[in-house]
Design a protein around this ligand. Structure first.
Ligand code: FES
Ligand code: FES
Length: 213
């Protein structure tokens, strides 16, 4: 007894997946076979262009020359490299912290030409000729910057993860003159988050340093 079903064997019920008939099965497998064979032939031809293809896929890069903590650097980088990654991964300066990597926490704050910026949101390739200061460049030899000294004296940190960003932001805040009151300091330091909640002492350290200027 034959197990073959006639090609006109009933239609599937509405909404059910259609089972392939013998004719459509043969047509489909023939087409797939042809494609695989053609692909094999084309692969040989495209091998010769592999070098060109990989060159075309290489990310765009650019040359940047900038000064970090008084030291001149010239390098070629992927255009998408952030200043934060350039500092930490290319220049070996891990003092600047990567928190959110999205501009929301301030852990990555550094000074660029004296202005505080979130280095995670700053494209390094755009900083040709810039002067960058990180937490590593703040002290004068063994002499801590006055704000670093105030953080230590007032115990203005707990885990310390946010501290480099807080200090760099505090230096900017003092230079900008936004230190007239606790409220003003809080407002102008509001981009720097401290998950340990050391805000009272951080504000006090900034205020004390600004008064001592
Ligand atoms: S790591 Fe840059 S703002 Fe959070
Ligand atoms: S001291 Fe821990 S996050 Fe600020």
């Amino acid at each position: 007894m034959s197990t073959e079903l006639p090609e006109s064997y009933g239609s599937p019920p509405d909404g059910a997946a259609s089972a392939p008939s013998r004719r459509t099965f043969i047509a489909t497998t023939t087409a797939v076979g042809s494609t695989v064979m053609a692909g094999g032939l084309v692969a040989g031809a495209s091998l010769s262009g592999a070098a060109e293809a990989s060159a075309a896929e290489a990310p765009p890069s650019g040359r940047v020359s900038l000064t970090v903590n008084g030291k001149r650097h010239a390098t070629v980088i992927d255009n998408r490299t952030s200043l934060l990654d350039l500092l930490r991964e290319h220049f070996g300066l891990p003092g600047t912290k990567k928190g959110c990597n999205a501009g929301a926490c301030g852990a990555c704050t550094v000074l660029v030409d004296g202005r505080r910026v979130n280095s995670c949101l700053t494209l390094a390739v755009r900083l040709d000729g810039a002067e960058v200061t990180t937490i590593e460049g703040l002290a004068d030899g063994d002499e801590l910057h006055p704000l670093q000294r105030a953080f230590v004296d007032l115990d203005a940190f707990q885990c310390g993860f946010c501290t480099p960003g807080q200090i760099m932001s505090g230096v900017g805040c003092i230079e900008e003159g936004h230190t007239g009151s606790h409220e003003e300091i809080r407002e102008w330091m509001s981009g720097n988050i401290c998950r340990c909640g050391c805000y009272v002492k951080i504000v006090r350290a900034v205020e004390q340093t600004a008064r001592g200027k």
